[in-house]
Design a protein. Structure first.
Length: 650
């Protein structure tokens, strides 16, 4: 992959009562796990800190204690939407940062990066990733990359934790889990994790090494491994070229008396942070596109403003090809259709008007039909009428617990491809990308102006084209159905209605307006963004604080068409942007922990050209100061977005 995968941050908009708004949830927010949650034993918290509440962490929930602990220890913060992101897969960069803050090594990052996709001194993950390289916890990939934005698997996480703790441990040769054989990949590390009690795996006795690990699961492991991890993983010090001098024998002059500290009442209990926007800030602002469209800008003008010098081109590239969208990974499930279903398995075709029950046996797909027919094979395909694979009246099929593992997802187009990956059913929707897939994308409210909807369709198609270059081994897919790729809700988006208003038809019309078809209706060309002969990485986000950001300031990668651009449109009245202005209250305890000061009485901000803080400096009541970069401050004191205008006491 030439550049790290970007997250496409989104938000939810308040619309008129009759408008059905597609959820535009922040990508850094919840991306629910597709499999049953791994089991972890609760530990009593050992800190007096009372962590900030997260909307997705309920009292008594499996990860509450661990998440409270990582929050209080300043290891991990929450997401812009007020959640911890408990079920969201964690990226390799995030994992490096979590581990780094747990170990707290004495380390100074080098000026030269150890990986070609991690810019020296740039981005929030540079120091943690450099430490992992120096401590030999990770040497990255054979092509010299670290891939900080790639989801880390449970096996990779086990290996890195093992190498960080460097325990004196020898695996017995017995299976730690049913799917982890002696001598297999990460066997010793996973066996050690089980021996420490850091994980007990899943209820079926499996560990699932290849499955992405979630933020909640990582919090639980770090909490269990606090003692073996703290203070270890130190890179070997470089030998000193000269002996250290002996300490001076001359008594030091007595220090002048310290000034009397201000009265305790002068130490504010809280600070109010004000800002604008939501999302990473790179590429197209969705609310900005809305305001530009409302002012009469065309789709070409909108895309040109946010992605120049990339150009919108009517291209034949993959115009009629299928994309594979991961819907769910599960041990067993039942699929229901609104009409007939048929399954192709073990060289045979079976039709049924009832549900199809799917399970796994010895790494094979097992299908059971209502008439008692039972078939087993390495893979299966399920079809329904009204698609390009089965002519007839239009019908749908529903996959339980898809949509990021949160709810049923109904599919109208394509077919389902069922395989087994790491002992788990893997359910993928294969359908034509140019139109059928885009019809189901819930990335922008369908009530918005046509030019904004068309700009969203072009950006989403460009993102999809880049991901179609290869299948992801973890899911047998090109993209996920949820926010770590793009939010795909299938028939729910296409059939979106409110009373007599068919909002989904407005969205599908916008998609169709960017497609050229032949006489039979097959797409022959479609509009996408291109730069220097390649499809552009058309990232987008909810809204800015008046200026977009450079890709290299956010992800350490220089991208010519993802550069900081004035964005007054995000703040225009016609954007109706609920995030044009926001405030967050931060307690004194979190501020002093973030800056490493005994207390904080005032804060000053030096803003960069993109209106985000370049540095934030705190001053204690005794006059001590500490400075953080804007990105580091947001890691330690989570706020909604990067565009922080002010931080005031009270």
């Amino acid at each position: 992959m030439p550049t790290p995968r970007r997250r496409l941050a989104r938000t939810t908009t308040a619309l008129a009562a009759l408008v059905v708004a597609a959820p535009l949830t922040g990508l850094s927010a919840v991306a629910a796990s597709a499999a049953p949650a791994a089991r972890h034993d609760a530990l009593a918290t050992t800190t007096a800190c009372s962590a900030a509440p997260f909307k997705d962490v309920k009292p008594g929930s499996p990860f509450q204690t661990a998440i409270t602990w990582v929050s209080c220890q300043m290891i991990a913060g929450g997401q812009a939407d007020g959640t911890f992101g408990t079920k969201r897969p964690i990226s390799r960069g995030e994992f490096a940062a979590f581990l780094y803050r747990t170990v707290k090594p004495t380390f100074t990052a080098p000026k030269a990066s150890a990986f070609k996709d991690v810019s020296a001194g740039g981005g929030a993950f540079y120091e943690p990733i450099s430490w992992m390289a120096a401590a030999r916890i990770s040497t990255g990939y054979t092509d010299g990359t670290f891939r900080p934005n790639r989801p880390i698997t449970r096996g990779e996480a086990a290996a890195m934790l093992y190498l960080a703790a460097d325990p004196e441990f020898t695996a017995t040769g017995a299976r730690a889990f049913t799917d982890v054989a002696a001598g297999g990949g990460h066997y010793e590390a996973i066996s050690w994790l089980k021996a420490t009690g850091a994980t007990t795996g899943y209820g079926d006795g499996a560990y699932r090494s290849g499955k992405p690990i979630t933020r909640g699961e990582v919090a639980a492991m770090l909490r269990k491994l606090e003692r073996p991890l703290t203070g270890v993983g130190q890179p070997a010090p470089s030998p000193s070229p000269t002996p250290r001098p002996e300490p001076s024998r001359t008594p030091a002059a007595p220090a002048p008396p310290a000034p009397a500290p201000p009265a305790p009442s002068q130490i504010p209990a809280t600070f109010t942070v004000t800002g604008s926007g939501w999302g990473h800030g790179v590429g197209m602002s969705q609310y900005g596109a809305r305001a530009m469209a409302a002012a009469g800008s065309s789709v070409t003008q909108i895309l040109g403003h946010y992605y120049s010098p990339a150009r919108a081109v009517d291209s034949t590239h993959r115009a009629a090809e299928n994309i594979r969208v991961h819907l769910h990974s599960v041990g067993s499930t039942t699929l229901a259709g609104s009409g007939q279903l048929r399954i192709r398995i073990d060289g045979e075709l079976h039709a049924t008007s009832g549900n199809i029950r799917l399970g796994v046996s010895n790494g094979q797909v097992v299908a059971a039909l209502p008439d008692g027919t039972r078939s087993t094979a390495g893979s299966a395909i399920i079809e329904w009428p009204g698609t390009r694979f089965w002519a007839g009246g239009g019908s749908t099929i529903t996959v339980p617990d898809a949509d990021g593992g949160s709810r049923p997802l109904t599919v109208r187009h394509g077919k389902l491809v069922i395989t087994v990956i790491n002992g788990t059913l893997n359910i993928v929707n294969e359908l034509r990308m140019t139109d059928e897939y885009l019809y189901g994308l819930a990335e922008m409210p369908s009530s918005w102006p046509a030019a904004a909807l068309q700009a969203q369709a072009v950006a989403s198609r460009s993102y999809s084209l880049r991901n179609m270059a290869s299948l992801k081994t973890a899911c047998g897919c090109h993209v996920w159905d949820e926010v770590r790729s793009q939010k795909y809700t299938g028939w729910g988006k296409e059939n979106e209605r409110s009373g007599a208003v068919h909002w989904g038809a407005r969205w599908t019309a916008a998609v169709d307006a960017t497609i050229t078809r032949n006489a039979s209706g097959t797409p022959t060309a479609a509009t996408s963004l291109w730069h220097n002969g390649s499809v552009a990485d058309a990232t987008y986000f909810s809204s800015s604080g008046g200026h977009t950001r450079n890709a290299h300031d956010v992800w350490s990668s220089v991208v010519p068409y993802l550069t900081a651009t004035p964005d007054p449109y995000s703040l225009a009245a016609s954007a109706n942007n609920p995030y044009a202005s926001w405030t967050t209250s931060v307690p004194q305890a979190r501020m002093r922990q973030a800056f490493g000061l005994p207390d904080v009485v005032r804060v000053s901000i030096e803003h960069a050209a993109d209106r985000t803080p370049k540095t934030i400096t705190a001053t204690s009541r005794a006059g001590r100061t500490a400075t953080l970069s804007g990105d580091r401050f947001r890691q330690l004191v989570p706020v909604r977005a990067a565009w922080i205008r002010s931080i005031h006491p009270g």
